[in-house]
Design a binder for this molecule. Structure first.
Ligand SMILES: [Zn+2]
Length: 214
């Protein structure tokens, strides 16, 4: 997790969450999957007690391969918001899609994380969708893609303390280079991030020129 993010008590309803202690500029990597994060395959999960399933449902997310990823650091405390400020550009890290001000909570949209269940959101924002469900990915992905693509163009505009943890730097770099060469291109990460699990949801929903089809 980015070093200027702290774990705090948000309020009684939300519980704990993460807050920026300093300005985090658009395009900054806020979280990166690293070598200490725990990966639990569906096969392994089937051998575990229900208690573990509940822990993973609460604290982990599903990656594009269908494995659960349980963050060892404060990454697991990122709360959902219907106007999230970090998203995954498709390379196992999340970036700030806009400037995050000191004191602002770090949030992502659980619908972007291969959500397996539906839940009632109480983020309280005017744009709150109320019920959060994976099916919304079809309408949300193009909007997120625009945000992520704009932010990703700034990948090399400022300090990136988490860059050293990025696992596939070549893929991340080549996507950034392609965006630099093609002003109208977009990253379109969600078709891939929904992957084997839910990729068909997005088959017809995202159009335009992508740069990271690998
Ligand atoms: Zn909401």
């Amino acid at each position: 997790m980015h070093p200027t993010v702290e774990l705090v008590q948000i309020d009684e309803r939300t519980g704990r969450g993460l807050r920026a202690t300093q300005l985090i500029s658009q395009g900054t990597i806020v979280w990166a999957r690293d070598e200490l994060d725990l990966t639990v395959s569906p096969e392994r999960l089937s051998q575990l007690d229900d208690d573990y399933r509940e822990i993973l449902r609460t604290w982990a997310y599903l990656d594009e391969r269908g494995d659960y990823v349980l963050c060892w650091d404060n990454g697991r405390f990122v709360n959902h918001s219907c106007n999230a400020n970090v998203f995954n550009p498709g390379f196992e890290f999340e970036i700030a899609v806009r400037d995050i001000l000191p004191g602002e909570q770090i949030t992502n949209d659980y619908c972007s994380l291969n959500l397996e269940y539906t839940f009632a959101c109480a983020c309280g924002l005017p744009e709150c969708r109320g019920t959060i469900q994976l099916a919304d990915l079809t309408t949300l992905a193009p909007h997120w893609d625009r945000q992520v693509t704009e932010a990703y163009r700034k990948l090399h505009s400022g300090p990136q303390p988490l860059w050293k943890y990025v696992r596939d730097k070549d893929a991340a770099e080549s996507a950034w280079s392609a965006l630099s060469l093609q002003p109208s291109a977009s990253l379109r990460p969600y078709q891939r991030l929904a992957g084997k699990l839910f990729g068909e949801l997005l088959a017809d929903s995202v159009t335009g020129s992508g740069v990271s089809e690998h």
